[in-house]
Structure formats: C-alpha cells, structure tokens
Design a protein around this ligand. Structure first.
Ligand SMILES: CC(C)(COP(=O)(O)OP(=O)(O)OC[C@H]1O[C@@H](n2cnc3c(N)ncnc32)[C@H](O)[C@@H]1OP(=O)(O)O)[C@@H](O)C(=O)NCCC(=O)NCCS
Length: 437
C-alpha cells in the first residue's frame, strides 16, 4: 500500500479543511452525567484535549443526574421529578453540589493526564471553572414548588471569554449561584444552550444517549431547521427525555444566534471527532443557516439568472442556456438571495429512471463568492434530489472540479451518465463527477 492509499493519510488530509475551519472558533460541548461513568470517558476527554490543542475555544458542560440519583439512593431519599425536572429540596441540593464538585474534579484530573504513549501525551491542558453562572429559582409551576431547582439568569460571557482567550478549557457543571447567596440545581442542556448564546458560540455540540433525533421511520434526521425541531418537540414523537431536552437546547441556541447545533450519539466511538471532522457528520444538525435565503426560482428571476449565467457562459465556464430554456425550466432552479437581490442559482435535472439527478447552472455572482453561498445552493439541490427519491447527483464541470471534490463528489466517466441525458460533448471535455446521496 502506498502512503496516498493509506486510510489514515487519506482521513488526515480530508480533515485538514475542518481543522482550519474550527481553529479559533468557540464551541460548547454538553453531555449528561452518564458520560462520567462510561468506559468511553477517557477517550472523550482526550478528544476534547485534542480540539483544544487545535485551537478550538471550548466550554465543556457536564451534567450530574445519575450521580445525584446514586447519592440520594445511598441516603434512602426518594427524589421527586415533575415533567422530567427534579424538584430540588435541601437533601437533593446537597447531593447536586457534591455530584457537580466530584465530576468537576474528575474532569480536571483526566484533563491533566499526559503520560508518554497516551493520547494526551504532553497535552498540558489548562482547565478553569468558576462562578460564571447566575441563577434564579424556577419557582412554583402547576402548583409544584421546585425548591432549589433553578434557571439560568445570566452567564458571565466576558469572564468565560477571558479564560478561553488564555487557551483554557472552561468546565461548567449545572450549579448556579444567586445574588441572595444560594445555589441552584440547573438543567444541563439549558445551561449549555444559554452559555452558547451568551458567548455567541459557533457551535453547540450535544452528546446524547441515543443516535440523534429519530425520524419515526427507523432513521435519524441528519438536518433540521429550527421550525422543524419545534414541530417535532410539539408532536407526539416518542423521544427520550435526554434527546428531547437536548433538541430543545439546540433549537433555543440556534434561535439565539448560534449558527449550528449538533446532536450526536455520545456512545459512538470518536463521536465528537466524526461530527466535527467529516463532511456529513453522524448525528442531527440543527441550523437555519443552510436554508438562509434559498428559495425556488420564479419566472421574474429570469433576468437575474441571466445576469449571473451569461458572463459564465461567455467565459466558457457554463453551457449556454437561452432565456426561453430558463423560462421553461424555471421550476428546476433554486436561487439564493439577500435583501431581495438574487446572488446565485443552481438547477436540478432529474433522471428518475436511473435514480440520478444533474446539478446544473451552479453560479454565484463574482462579488458575492466565498461566503458559503455555493455550498448553500449545493445543499438545497441535494435536499431537493433526496426529496425526489434520487440516489446520485452528478455534475459536468470544466473549472470547478476541486470545489465539488471537496464537497463529496468523486470523478466518474461519461459512460455512467443517464442514457436519456442527450449525450456528452467530447470537444468540451467536461469532467464528470458523482456524489451518492
Ligand atoms: C463554484 C462557485 C459556485 C462557488 O460559489 P461560492 O459562493 O464562492 O462557494 P463557497 O463560498 O461555498 O465556497 C468558496 C470556496 O470554494 C473555493 N472555490 C471557488 N471556486 C472554486 C473553483 N472553481 N475550484 C475550486 N475551489 C473553488 C474558494 O476558494 C473558497 O475556498 P476557501 O473557503 O478555502 O477560500 C462559484 O465560484 C462560481 O460561481 N463559479 C463559477 C461557476 C462554476 O464554476 N460553476 C460550477 C460548474 S456547474
């Protein structure tokens, strides 16, 4: 096997764009207390340390529900839950404080490791914790007094930001402090979401006890808009409490301005790395970003389409499509717009008999490139193709091979094109690229 065929070399190279993409970005990673007693904890901690060494600004939020339950059980105390939320009396609060403290110390211990030969050799990770979260009581709801169960009132994003600037990983446990000098037991997903919003984080990553948000048909949703997330939360869909609470947190964070929230199976080996360093990730992505400004084209868009496509046709980048063809095919097009101005377009020509679709006429106005609009259009066409039941997408391109390869396309041969596409122009000599959906 030559080096270039080695899966490791291939993987490492493919992850390079993500390494650059994540550098200097702020991420909030949250997991329930189950993670603290799992065999995968040391690996997860090593992955967190790796992200830190790649320049990712990290806040780690870890819950303590099972540890509180265990402490209360040891003391023969029956804890009350109402609507999945703990009613925190004095005994439960004492258990919550102990559990949070112990988890915090355990994480600090693991993040301090660095023996030669271990994944954390020489890592020298700095860890900070502190009184970053102000809380208020949840109060009385439906006649139930939640006692020391609290809600996040304020996250001191400046203090956390200063620690992140200094290269430290900030650990938060679900205890908040009030100006009246009390402690409150917080919901871990809510704490993570509020922290991500307060920090204007780039990502919230929720490590959950399940594969992601299941779609009710045996699979999981790979992408959700916030409105879809809200609809699922309002529906009868049978989600585990853990997934439900994290979906709520993810939607809240994205609505609060966090561009992307990921809901990932904590138990999958390397879940964090796979979600962050592979193109399609492994869990459910909650975002409104991909859909921002993309809509089906309308007839009145034809002049705008011509403004984008004609110069590219003149340069020989795209094949000429006269105005009449655009008008006839307008339903095949999507456009990306901002403030009413069409900035880019793409079209899908379906060949259902072969389960394939052609991505055509992808173009972004030169003044608006390199801001992710090409990618947004590609995703929109991919969604449309999937919705039409197509399994493969192909594109013919002369000058953008790399752009497509970096987005999951692989070179193919003209012989693989659908028979009823109307042939292939050998003089033009376009490269043919395929992507499995
Ligand atoms: C290809 C195109 C649609 C991308 O649009 P965009 O909005 O700039 O795309 P994105 O912002 O999602 O991606 C930008 C990234 O792609 C890179 N890129 C742009 N054009 C590229 C090309 N032809 N080949 C390889 N990479 C390219 C940019 O350098 C940028 O990379 P960076 O983030 O590392 O700097 C746009 O460049 C375009 O309209 N090109 C002319 C038409 C064309 O070639 N269409 C495809 C044939 S059907």
């Amino acid at each position: 096997m030559t080096d270039s065929q080695s899966p490791f070399v291939d993987w490492f190279r493919k992850s390079a764009p993500y390494i650059r993409q994540h550098q200097g970005r702020t991420m909030v990673i949250v997991a329930g207390g189950e993670v603290m007693q799992s065999a995968g904890l040391p690996d997860l901690v090593a992955d967190v340390a790796l992200l830190n060494s790649l320049g990712v600004r990290l806040v780690l939020v870890v819950g303590s529900r099972p540890q509180i339950d265990a402490r209360l059980a040891d003391r023969s105390v029956v804890s009350r839950l109402h609507e999945g939320v703990r009613v925190t009396d004095r005994l439960a609060l004492a258990a919550a404080m102990e559990a949070a403290g112990t988890n915090r110390v355990e994480l600090e211990r693991l993040l301090s490791m660095g023996l030669p030969g271990s994944p954390m050799a020489g890592a020298r990770v700095r860890v900070t914790t502190g009184n970053f979260v102000t809380a208020r009581p949840l109060g009385v709801l439906d006649g139930v007094d939640y006692g020391f169960t609290g809600r996040v009132r304020r996250v001191d994003h400046e203090a956390i930001g200063a620690q992140l600037d200094a290269g430290a990983i900030v650990i938060l446990t679900p205890i908040g402090y009030s100006v009246t000098g009390e402690c409150f037991n917080l919901s871990t997903p809510e704490l993570a979401a509020e922290t991500a919003v307060a920090l204007a984080a780039d990502k919230l990553v929720c490590l959950v006890e399940g594969r992601g948000v299941h779609d009710g048909q045996g699979g999981i949703h790979t992408e959700l808009e916030t409105r879809q997330g809200r609809a699922i939360l309002a529906s009868e869909r049978d989600l585990s409490t853990d997934v439900r609470q994290h979906l709520e947190a993810a939607v809240h964070a994205v609505e609060g301005g966090v561009p992307r929230a990921h809901i990932v199976d904590r138990r999958a080996d390397g879940a964090l790395l796979r979600e962050l360093f592979t193109r399609d990730g492994i869990g459910t992505l909650v975002t409104d970003e991909l859909y921002e400004g993309v809509r089906p084209a309308r007839l009145r868009d034809v002049p705008s389409l011509l403004r984008i496509l004609e110069p590219l046709e003149e340069q020989g980048v795209l094949v000429h499509r006269p105005r009449e063809v655009l008008e006839t095919d307008i339903e095949r097009f999507v456009v990306v717009e901002r403030d009413g101005l069409v900035l880019g377009c793409a079209a899908l020509y379906a060949f259902p008999a072969e389960g394939a679709g052609e991505l055509a006429c992808l173009g972004v106005h030169p003044g608006y490139r390199a801001h992710g609009r090409g990618e947004v259009l590609l995703r929109a066409i991919e969604r449309r193709a999937k919705a039409e039941g197509l399994r493969r997408l192909f594109v013919l391109t002369t000058q953008s091979v790399h752009w497509f390869v970096e987005r999951g396309f692989a070179p193919g041969s003209p012989a693989e094109l659908p028979a009823d596409r109307g042939g292939y122009d050998p003089i033009r000599g376009s490269k043919v690229l395929f992507k499995t959906l």
